[in-house]
Ligand binder design. Structure first.
Ligand code: IPM
Ligand code: MG
Length: 354
C-alpha cells in the first residue's frame, strides 16, 4: 500500500502519528510503503511553498494520502498561492478529488457529548457527500476590483457544469445503494440558476436509480431538519459550499468534531483521508488533541482505497472498545471517564486491536 503521509500543521502531526501507529499495528508495517512530506506551513518552512512540488509528486504517485491538517493562524491575510491553509484546496484540485464523503455517526458511548437531546442523535448514521472541486471555491472569475463608483469589491463565481453535477450525483446514488437507499439533494434552486441546473441534473440521474428514493431540499430548510430530525436523512448530496457548512453542523450532532474522518476520492480508488477538525492551534503540540478522527481516517483509507475490509473493521472495533473502556481526550471528557493524552489514546486503540 503506497501511502503519502502529509501531517501538515497544528495538531496534524500529533494525530497523524497515532493514525500511522494504529495502521501499522492493524495491517503490519511490511505491507506499508509510507512516504512523509511537508504541506501547509510546514511546506513553507521546508521548501518555501505550502504545496511543494516534491510533496505534490509524492501525493500523485501514492495510492492514498493520509493528511493531517494545514494552516497557520492569520492565514486568511496571505495571498492564495502562498497561503498554508489553501494547500489542501490546491491538492484537492490537482488530484481531482471531487467526491468528499463526510459520514456523521454517533458512537453510543458519546450520546451525552452531543449538545442535542439523546433521543434526537442516538443511533445517528448519515453520510454527507460534498462535491469538492467546483462551486464558489474554484469558480472563475474571482478576485478584487474597483467598481465604477470607485468602491472596492470582492467577487467569486458560483458555477457547476452538468458533468460535474452528474458525477457526484452518481456517487451519491451508488453510496445510497449500500445504505438505506435514500438521497436528499440539497440546493438553493429557488434563488440561484446554478442550483436550478444542479436540481435538474440530479433529478435526471436519479431516473437511473429507481430503487433509490430521491428528495430535494433547500439548504436553509436542510440545516433546520439536520437539527430537528437528523435521523430522517440517509445520504445528503450537495455542492462544495453548502457541504462545507452542513458537514460542520452534522459533526456537532455527534458530540465532537474530533471524532469525524473524511475521504475525498478521485475517479477510481485513489483518495485523500483526513480528520475533519483542522489544525486546532490553541492545543497544538500539547499532546491533548483527539486522534480518533485521524485513526478513523486510516480506517476509511483501508476500506475505500485498498479494499482491506477486515483490517478496517478491526480498527473500527478497536475504537469502539477504547471508548467503551472509558478512555477520553479532553474534547469528549465527562466526569467518571479516564482522561488521556493523544498518544495514550493511540496506544489504547493499538492495545484494543489485540
Ligand atoms: C473543510 C475545511 C476546508 C474547506 C478549509 C480548511 C479550506 O473547512 O475541509 O471543510 O472549506 O473545504
Ligand atoms: Mg469546513
Amino acid at each position: 500500500m503506497k501511502i503519502a503521509v502529509l501531517p501538515g500543521d497544528g495538531i496534524g502531526p500529533e494525530v497523524t502519528r497515532e493514525a500511522v501507529k494504529v495502521l501499522k499495528a492493524a495491517v503490519g508495517a511490511s505491507k506499508l510503503d509510507l512516504t512523509e512530506a511537508p504541506i501547509g506551513g510546514a511546506g513553507v518552512d521546508a521548501a518555501g511553498d505550502p504545496l511543494p512540488d516534491a510533496t505534490l509528486e509524492i501525493a500523485r504517485k501514492a495510492d492514498a494520502i493520509l493528511f493531517g491538517a494545514a494552516g497557520i493562524p492569520g492565514d486568511e491575510a496571505i495571498p492564495y498561492a502562498m497561503r498554508p491553509g489553501a494547500s489542501l484546496l490546491r491538492l484537492r484540485k490537482h488530484l481531482e478529488l471531487f467526491a468528499n464523503f463526510r459520514p456523521a455517526f454517533l458512537f453510543p458511548e458519546l450520546a451525552d457529548a452531543s449538545t442535542l437531546k439523546r433521543e434526537v442523535v442516538e443511533g445517528l448514521d448519515i453520510l454527507i457527500l460534498r462535491e469538492l472541486t467546483g462551486d464558489l471555491y474554484f469558480g472563475e472569475p474571482r478576485g478584487f476590483r474597483t467598481n465604477a463608483a470607485g468602491e472596492r469589491e470582492g467577487f467569486n463565481t458560483m458555477v457547476y457544469s452538468e458533468p460535474e453535477v452528474e458525477r457526484i450525483a452518481r456517487v451519491a446514488f451508488e453510496a445510497a445503494r449500500k445504505r438505506s437507499r435514500k438521497v436528499c439533494s440539497v440546493d438553493k434552486a429557488n434563488v440561484l440558476e446554478v442550483m436550478q441546473l444542479w436540481r435538474d441534473v440530479v433529478t435526471r440521474v436519479g431516473k437511473d436509480y429507481p430503487d433509490v428514493e430521491l428528495s430535494h431540499m433547500f439548504v436553509d430548510a436542510a440545516v433546520m431538519m439536520l437539527m430537528k430530525n437528523p435521523k430522517s436523512f440517509d445520504v445528503i448530496v450537495t455542492g462544495n459550499v453548502f457541504g462545507d457548512i452542513l458537514s460542520d453542523g452534522a459533526a456537532m450532532l455527534t458530540g465532537s468534531i474530533g471524532m469525524l474522518p473524511t475521504a475525498s476520492l478521485a475517479v477510481g480508488k485513489k483518495g485523500l483521508y483526513e480528520p475533519v477538525h483542522g489544525t486546532a492551534p490553541d492545543i497544538a503540540g500539547q499532546n491533548k488533541a483527539n486522534p480518533m478522527a485521524a485513526i478513523l481516517s486510516a480506517e476509511m483509507m483501508l476500506r475505500y482505497s485498498f479494499d482491506e475490509t477486515a483490517a478496517a473493521d478491526r480498527i473500527n472495533a478497536a475504537v469502539r472498545k477504547t471508548l467503551a473502556q472509558g478512555y477520553r481526550t479532553g474534547d469528549i471528557y465527562e466526569s467518571g471517564s479516564k482522561k488521556v493524552s493523544t498518544s495514550e489514546m493511540g496506544d489504547a486503540v493499538v492495545a484494543a486491536l489485540g
